[in-house]
Design a protein around this ligand. Structure first.
Ligand code: ATP
Length: 763
């Protein structure tokens, strides 16, 4: 009998090659040495009754008279099947990896450089005109898709494409394939990815950028290959090496994106294997530091150049860094603009801040949204000041001179001066931030203004205005913020921006729709990547809620929601919310209803964002709404509005939609228990004019109807104070709403009638 075996930690190409080999050698059993890659394991579990593969532990190899190795030629990678090699039996090898000095001597098989090993076997299946099932075709196609990066890797050959089209013609299921290829990271995978990200070291070999990351783990990381792929996409490098320090060995996975970097050769030198673009190794004799040194030396040799270690560079590759620090031409303009556009009180505060900075021999700057809006001529009275050096001393002086109250947040190196009229000035020490764990709160270190501006979200928010007397009004624009303002472009400062802080995605969308700007293409790509890596899962419900509310508070939330949906389908609010046309229509009608309300009641306060939110979650049922309330910490009143709206919506709509005449008192009694926000949501939800006009009658007319009689009148008629009072007054109100009583004496007459009936009933 034949034994078909592949390498440890089998990937889809390895599995596919085993299945394909079993077609060529039907009198065979298949054995997986050790555990496969996690996704392959999941796949095998799903199809366990259709795919028969034996485990290494339980597989009997005593009766094997021929060994067939696929996707490897290294004896060290096939587990106990290696014992067979020393026996005098034929060994056939099918492999697409380049040769190494340690390859076993095969007596047959085929080894060629192809994108995937299974391509070689599919070629033979075709030639022999063997039949394959759609499931087998699917597995084989998965192997090709995975090992060729969906036909994008440089190692892809025409034969891989041929094989793929043959497999598609044999029923390979693209839907199943893409569900395994577009593997969404689970929360624990995301956190492992984030751990790896936190350990990234970047090396520059002339124009080649190589990343090495390493973490410790007490267990073998099964999905290291997947995480390494994702990391490479995120970091955008020419090669990447992921190292995991286990108690007794080091696990390595390497990927290359350049024909000049052969990670297969490096893995071989470290005792592993693979091909030039993808490889892995398990290293037992070297320490982590030694492995890294060895990798760097081997890379130096391959690339014939020395390397330098680099920090993650701001605006790397994406942008040009502007060296010109000050734009002096603007100095006068800006000083004049500040004087002209700001209320005198605020202008004086800026001047005072400059003077205090001079006295303290420090530098002070107005920064952020305030500067952005000033440059655009948009009103913004929230002054943010950044101080280089002793922020506390500066803040104390400013508070004293403004006779304001000082609130210091020493931990965050920020302060707020609150004036008597409740207006505020925010002050911060200039700082740089280190994200030891992406999506977590950063560590804050003191720094000069440039570093402070470099940690910000978008170029348009990185401008600062000097406040010291000598240079008052000088603009600092290190990152071409002015150019992006002019071109209407939202541009992140570096590749990791949205991984470090995914809430910047909301900010980007907010600025885009507020100013009618456009997120630039590369920034959009970074957003989509961060979203696809499930980065939102790492943001607390509280921050997410804050950001959603801010979006809904903008002038045109529908525009932003559409954009959010484009970028990540609103999954982060609840997986069951889909931006389908019906939701888009509902949000549009919500916008119209709100316009109507504002015109009808210009002075009435309304939680506009909450109405949009109610519409946004219209697709959720009661249980899903409860899940949402668990995740997002809404205030008690907001929670109650959300629950009431969810419970009452349908019933009220059904009642109000009836074609027969409905008395105003009935409309009143239906709507009265609901908060205004929930009522307006119902109004937006219904396309039926009749219902809308019943609701608008309620808001415009019924709600303001008052009765003339008081409790005293009821007492006189013999009613006792207590719940009875409330009931009677309500009946009078209903009578008035329905036009059955019009004057105070009508009301008294009505009450008398009630009193008589009441007495009769008591007798
Ligand atoms: P808005 O007009 O909506 O208030 P803003 O830009 O003034 O927008 P703030 O939240 O007051 O926003 O932030 C002030 C400044 O702090 C921003 O201009 C930006 O430079 C920086 N900033 C705010 N949030 C972030 C963030 N998540 N990541 C990086 N920088 C940020």
């Amino acid at each position: 009998m034949d034994l078909i075996v592949t390498h440890q930690v089998a990937d889809f190409d390895a599995l596919a090659s085993m299945i394909a080999a079993s077609k060529l050698y039907p009198d065979s059993k298949l054995m997986l040495p050790g555990a496969p890659e996690k996704r392959v394991g999941e796949f095998l579990k799903t199809y366990s009754d259709l795919i028969k593969i034996e485990k290494e532990k339980t597989c009997d190899i005593s009766d094997i008279d021929r060994l067939i190795m696929v996707d490897t030629r290294l004896a060290g990678r096939i587990g106990k099947a290696a014992e067979l090699i020393s026996k005098d039996i034929p060994v056939l090898v099918y492999d697409h990896h380049p040769t190494t000095g340690e390859d076993i001597k095969a007596t047959g098989g085929t080894s060629e450089q192809r994108g995937a090993t299974v391509t070689i076997l599919v070629d033979q299946i075709r030639r022999k005109k063997l039949k394959i099932s759609p499931l087998e075709a699917t597995i084989m196609a998965l192997g090709i898709y995975e090992d060729t990066g969906s036909l994008t890797y440089l190692s892809t050959t025409e034969k891989d494409m041929d094989a793929l089209s043959f497999l598609l013609s044999r029923g390979a299921d693209l839907k199943a394939i893409s569900s395994y290829l577009n593997w969404q990271l689970t929360p624990s995978q995301t956190s492992r990815l984030v751990k790896l990200l936190g350990s990234v070291r970047i090396y520059q070999f002339m124009n080649k950028r190589v990343i090495i990351n390493s973490v410790s783990s007490d267990r073998y990381v099964q999905d290291l290959a997947l995480l390494t792929h994702k990391l490479r996409d995120l970091e955008g490098c020419d090669a990447i090496f992921s190292l995991v320090e286990l108690p007794d060995r080091i696990q390595m996975v390497a990927r290359s994106h350049s024909i000049h970097i052969d990670v297969g050769q490096i893995a071989t030198q470290l005792g592993g294997g693979g091909h030039n673009l993808a490889s892995s190794a398990v290293i037992r004799v070297l320490s982590l530091r030694q492995v890294e040194e060895k990798i760097l030396n081997l890379l130096s040799r391959q690339l014939k150049t020395k390397f330098s270690s680099v920090r993650r560079i701001i605006l790397d590759q994406m942008n040009s860094v502007t060296d010109e620090v000050v734009k002096p031409l603007l100095k006068k303009d800006l000083a004049a603009r500040l004087k002209k556009t700001l209320p005198q009180r605020l202008y004086r505060i800026l001047r005072l801040a400059g003077r205090i900075a001079d006295e303290n021999k420090t530098q002070a700057f107005a920064v952020g949204g305030f500067v952005r809006d000033l440059m655009m001529g948009v009103k913004n009275l929230d002054i943010d000041i950044v101080v280089e050096g002793d922020m506390e001393k500066f803040a104390k002086k400013l508070a004293k001179q403004l006779k304001g109250a000082l609130v210091l947040h020493r931990k965050f190196k920020t302060a707020t001066v609150v004036m008597k009229d409740k207006s505020k000035v925010d002050i911060a020490a200039s700082r740089t931030e280190r994200y030891d764990r992406p999506a977590a709160l950063p560590e804050v270190d003191p720094a000069r203004i440039r570093a402070d501006l470099a940690r910000r979200d978008f170029t348009i928010n990185t401008m600062a205005i000097k406040l010291n007397f000598d240079c008052f009004g000088e603009l600092l624009d290190f990152f071409d913020g002015q150019r992006d303002l002019r071109d209407g472009r939202i541009r992140a400062l570096h590749r990791m921006s949205f991984v470090e802080d995914p809430t910047r995605i909301f900010r980007a969308v907010r600025f885009e729709s507020r100013y009618n700007f456009r997120i630039d293409r590369f920034t959009e790509h970074l957003i989509k990547t961060a979203v696809s890596y499930n980065m939102f899962a790492r943001v607390s419900g509280e921050r997410l809620k804050e950001e959603v509310v801010l979006i809904l508070k903008e002038k045109e939330p529908l525009k932003s929601l559409k954009r959010m949906a484009e970028l990540h389908e609103l999954r982060f609010i609840h997986p069951m919310i889909h931006f389908v046309p019906s939701l888009s229509h509902l949000l549009k009608r919500t916008e119209d209803v709100l316009k109507w309300y504002k015109i009808s009641f210009p002075k009435k306060h309304l939680e506009v964002w909450l109405i949009y939110f109610l519409s946004l979650i219209d697709q959720l049922d009661l249980n899903q709404t409860e899940e949402l309330l668990q995740r997002f910490p809404f205030r008690r009143k907001e929670q109650s509005t959300i629950r009431i709206s969810k419970k009452a919506d349908e019933a009220i709509l059904n009642n109000l939609a009836k074609t027969k005449v409905i008395q105003p008192s009935r409309v009143y009694s239906l709507l009265r228990p609901l908060p205004k926000e929930a009522i307006l949501k119902i109004m937006a939800k219904t396309p039926i004019l009749r219902v809308r006009s019943r609701i608008s009658d309620y808001l415009l007319n019924y709600l303001h109807v008052r009765i003339k009689i008081k409790g005293e009148d009821l007492k006189r008629e013999g009613f006792k104070p207590g719940p009875e009072f409330g009931r009677v007054l309500e009946m009078v109100l209903y009578a008035r709403l329905d036009g059955r009583v019009k004057t105070r004496s009508d009301e008294l007459g009505f009450v008398r009638g009630l009193a008589k009936r009441h007495k009769r009933n008591q007798v």
